[in-house]
Design a protein around this ligand. Structure first.
Ligand code: GLA
Length: 397
C-alpha cells in the first residue's frame, strides 16, 4: 500500500489482532481497507448528473480474512460483536440478516453476477468511520468488501466499475437510493487532493489542497444522519418529477442562464421549483469551488460554501435545527473561512475550512457553546485527504 497514513496502519494492526482472537487458530491472509469521505461542496447533485468535490478522509473500514474450504462467508464484526453471520457464497445472495450485512451481501452478489469465482472466507470487520455522521461509513464498508474480494481472488475491477457496483449494492440490498459520489471517493481518493467528479460523464479530476495555512475541520452536529430515511428519496423524486415536467433527462441540462426560464414553467409547483434551483445553483457553485481551490482563491471558496449551506437550508430543505445552529456558531468564530453541512443531510456533520492557527481556540469555544446548549461533549476531527481503498496479502499461506 502506498502513501498510507499512520492511522490506517494502526487500524490494520489492530484488525489482525482482532481476527486472531475471534477466529483462533486461523491465520489471516488478506486485508482490505476503505476510507470514509467528506464532501467540500456539491450536495445532492450526484444523482442529477452534477459536479461534486469530495475527498477520502482518514477514517477507515478494515477487513481481514482467511480462506475456508466451503462456499460460505463467516463474518464477525466490532459493530455487532455477539453475532456471527453466515452468508452462503451463491448467486443470488440472500438479502436477510442484520442490516449491516446488506452492504456485504450486495457487493458479494454483484461480483458473483459478474462471473467472479469467490472463495469461502472467515472475515473480521472493524471501522472507525463515525456512523450517522454523513461521512460514508456505508460506502467504506461496500468498497472495503469489494477490495477484499479482489485481494482474495487476485483480480481487480476497474475503479469506476467497482464504485458503481458498490452503489448498486447500496441501492438494491440496503435500499438506500444514493448516488455514486461516496463510492467514487472511497475507491479513488488521492492523498492531499479533493476529487472534482463530473457525474454526467463520470470524469474524476484530483485538485490539490496542500496549503498548510488551512485545516479541514469536521464537526458533528449531534443529530444523527441516515440516507435510508424517506426524505432522501423524496428529494430524488422531486428532481425526477421536475425532469418529467421540463421534458429533460437530467437537471444538469438546465444551464445557470436557463434557470429562470425553467423556473417559470407553470407545471412546477413552488416546492419542486426550489429543488431545481438548489440543484442548478449548487452545480454551478461546485464547479466554481473547484476552480477557486485550484487557484487558492480562499475567499471565493468560503462564500461558495456559505451560499451552498443557505441553499441546502432554504431551497432543498435537507438541514435541521442542530446543523443550522452549528453553522451559525462556526460562522462567528475567528479564522472560519467557510462552513456548510456535508453529506446526505438531515443531521450529521458540517465541514469547516479554518485558518490553522485559529483552530485550537475555535475548538475550545465551540465545545463550550455546544456543551451549554446540549449538555454533551462536542465531537470534531481535523483531517486531510487520503488515498482511496487498498488491499494486500498479509500472508501467502
Ligand atoms: C449521500 C449519498 C450521495 C450523495 C450525498 C448528497 O451521501 O450517498 O450519493 O447524494 O448524500 O450529496
Amino acid at each position: 500500500m502506498n502513501s498510507i497514513s499512520p492511522s490506517a496502519v494502526s487500524a490494520q494492526e489492530q484488525a489482525i489482532c482482532e481476527f486472531q482472537s475471534f477466529f483462533p487458530g486461523l491465520k489471516s491472509r488478506w486485508m482490505a481497507q476503505a476510507p470514509g469521505r467528506v464532501n467540500l461542496i456539491g450536495e445532492h447533485v450526484d444523482y442529477n448528473g452534477g459536479i461534486v468535490l469530495p475527498a477520502a478522509i482518514d477514517f477507515y473500514t478494515t477487513l481481514v480474512a482467511a480462506p475456508i474450504d466451503r462456499p460460505e462467508w463467516v463474518v464477525r464484526t466490532a459493530f455487532d460483536p455477539e453475532v456471527e453471520v453466515s452468508i452462503p457464497v451463491e448467486s443470488p445472495v440472500d438479502k436477510s440478516g442484520p442490516y449491516w450485512t446488506t452492504y456485504l451481501r450486495g457487493v458479494l452478489n454483484y461480483y458473483l453476477e459478474s462471473g467472479w469465482d469467490i472463495p469461502g472466507l472467515k472475515i473480521w470487520i472493524q471501522s472507525n468511520v463515525p456512523t450517522g455522521a454523513g461521512l460514508s461509513s456505508s460506502a467504506a464498508l461496500e468498497v472495503g468488501a469489494a477490495c477484499l474480494i479482489e485481494a482474495a481472488t487476485g483480480r481487480a475491477m476497474e475503479l469506476q466499475e467497482k464504485a458503481l457496483l458498490c452503489q448498486k449494492a447500496e441501492n438494491v440490498y440496503a435500499e438506500a437510493p444514493c448516488g455514486f459520489m461516496d463510492q467514487f471517493a472511497s475507491a479513488m481518493g488521492k492523498k492531499d487532493h479533493f476529487l472534482k467528479i463530473d457525474c454526467r460523464d463520470q470524469k474524476v479530476e484530483p485538485i490539490p489542497m496542500v496549503d498548510p495555512e488551512w485545516e479541514l475541520w469536521i464537526v458533528h452536529s449531534g443529530a444523527s444522519h441516515s440516507i435510508a430515511t424517506s426524505e432522501y428519496g423524496k428529494r430524488r423524486a422531486d428532481c425526477e418529477a421536475a425532469c418529467e415536467i421540463l421534458g429533460i433527462s437530467s437537471l444538469r441540462e438546465i444551464t445557470p442562464k436557463k434557470l429562470s426560464e425553467a423556473l417559470q414553467n407553470p407545471g412546477l409547483n413552488e416546492r419542486v421549483a426550489r429543488r431545481v434551483k438548489h440543484v442548478v445553483t449548487e452545480i454551478e457553485r461546485a464547479d466554481a469551488a473547484g476552480e477557486a481551490l485550484r487557484h487558492s482563491q480562499w475567499k471565493t471558496l468560503g462564500s461558495l460554501m456559505r451560499a451552498s449551506h443557505q441553499s441546502m437550508r432554504d431551497d432543498y430543505e435537507i438541514t435541521c435545527e442542530e446543523v443550522d445552529w452549528m453553522v451559525e456558531q462556526i460562522e462567528k468564530l475567528p479564522g472560519t473561512l467557510g462552513v456548510r453541512m456535508t453529506g446526505g443531510g438531515f443531521g450529521g456533520c458540517v465541514i469547516v475550512v479554518m485558518q490553522a492557527d485559529h483552530l485550537e481556540m475555535a475548538r475550545g469555544q465551540l465545545a463550550e457553546w455546544f456543551e451549554s446548549r446540549y449538555s454533551k461533549a462536542l465531537q470534531s476531527w481535523t483531517t486531510r485527504p487520503v488515498e482511496g481503498a487498498q488491499s494486500r496479502i498479509i500472508d501467502e499461506g
